[in-house]
Ligand binder design. Structure first.
Ligand code: NAP
Ligand code: GDD
Length: 322
């Protein structure tokens, strides 16, 4: 029997690697879109490389995207690729707009031109809520992004809805709150903390310099969240969903728990460094996942404390390898 084909953009990223594993387990033939680079960046997908097909294209290059969609003829496309680090978006706002905003239109145009029956998932984000007027955030909360990244994602969200309404394409926007894992990039706060905790425990680092300790996020496990992406594309009708835990914790709390996990007192090591403050901060995010729970029967399996322990243990193991 012919296997269902899916294209995953951003396959070399955190979510791309978990989603690829998940789709392979479901029996899909998975095509990962990768961009040309002078050195390969496949650490997160190394263990499944033999089961994947990699196809080269770039979010900046319309024709390359059309060509891979024509070549693969997928039933589903998961658009996870983007410039995803908020501080970089302040430094490179135009490039962030090209990747994270217009890149979505380029993907949707390829679907429109090649085959309108392809189901399309757009990786939207809680960053779109930014300065939210209430908590928890729901699908009707007004969007007030606070970074060029957040602004670009608002465009991606609305262009996805626009192609659904204009061309009847099965396109959904999944508004995912922060999700983390041992595969998270080390520039993001959770991994920056767990990597430092492991280094400090092993005597390889003395202090940890952080920015705003009072920022609060609704943190879940990436492995749980990619399941929701797939579930969204299996429903009879395309709809948008929020994926979150419904719990919010501060950066301070994350650090406290991570240090305590290895028997250390965070106060002895964490130094507040204003150079990590952002031009505009998103102070608090907390999502309402009730629609995903009700309609998709989705539930997160990993709790906040389990997530912190999982990440610290993974970093300790990684650094202890000879
Ligand atoms: P990530 O680890 O930063 O991965 C980003 C991916 O995008 C990488 O594979 C990267 O490829 C690729 N990419 C960047 N620019 C590209 C371009 N011009 N052409 C082709 N590929 C390009 O991000 P993530 O945490 O997995 O997140 C996945 C998606 O969900 C992103 O769109 C992110 O904005 C969104 N999101 C994430 C979260 C979260 O908490 N993780 C929450 C909500 C939404 P290279 O390896 O070549 O750089
Ligand atoms: N990165 C970082 N480094 N963040 C810090 C630091 C630091 O040293 N100190 C404090 N923070 C605070 C940030 O100011 C922010 O309020 C919070 O920690 C989380 O920062 P990040 O982990 O960088 O994530 P983010 O919330 O800005 O963005 C992530 O989540 C979004 C979903 O809400 C990214 O994955 C985005 O791509 C994603 O859309």
């Amino acid at each position: 029997m012919k296997r269902r084909r899916a294209i995953v953009t951003g396959i070399t990223g955190q979510d791309g690697s978990y989603l690829a594993e998940f789709l392979l387990e479901k029996g899909y033939q998975v095509y990962g879109m990768v961009r040309r680079s002078s050195s390969e960046n496949f650490e997160r997908i190394q263990h499944i490389m033999g089961d994947l097909e990699l196809v080269q294209a770039d979010l900046l290059d319309q024709l390359s995207i059309i060509n891979i969609v024509k070549k693969v003829r997928p039933v589903e496309i998961y658009n996870l690729a983007s410039q995803s680090f908020v501080p970089t978006s302040f430094e490179q706002p135009v490039l962030t707009g090209e990747f994270t905003a217009l890149g979505v239109t380029r993907m949707l145009e390829a679907v429109k031109l090649v085959d309108r029956s392809i189901r399309f998932y757009q990786a939207s984000t809680s960053e779109m809520f930014g300065m939210a007027p209430h908590s928890p955030q729901t699908l009707t909360t007004p969007l007030h992004p606070r970074s060029p990244y957040g602004v670009a994602k608002v465009y991606g969200h609305w262009i996805t809805i626009n192609y659904r309404e204009s061309y009847k394409i099965y396109a959904v926007s999944g508004i995912l709150f922060n999700h983390e894992s041992p595969r998270r990039g080390k520039e993001f706060i959770t991994r920056k903390i767990t990597d430092a905790v492991a280094r400090i425990k092993l005597g390889r680092q003395k202090e940890l310099r952080l920015g705003n300790l009072e920022a609060k996020r609704d943190w879940g496990f990436a492995g749980d969240y990619v399941r929701a992406m797939w579930m969204m594309l299996q429903k009879p009708r395309p709809e948008d969903y929020i994926v979150a835990t419904g719990e919010s914790h501060s950066v301070r709390e994350f650090a406290q728990i991570a240090f305590r996990h290895v028997g250390l007192d965070w106060k002895k090591y964490v130094v507040v460094d204003p150079s990590f403050y952002r031009p505009a901060e998103v102070h608090t995010l907390c999502g309402d996942p009730s629609k995903a729970k009700r309609k998709l029967k989705w539930n997160p399996k990993v709790s906040f404390r389990e997530l912190v322990s999982m990440m610290v243990d993974a970093d300790l193991e990684l650094l202890s390898k000879p």
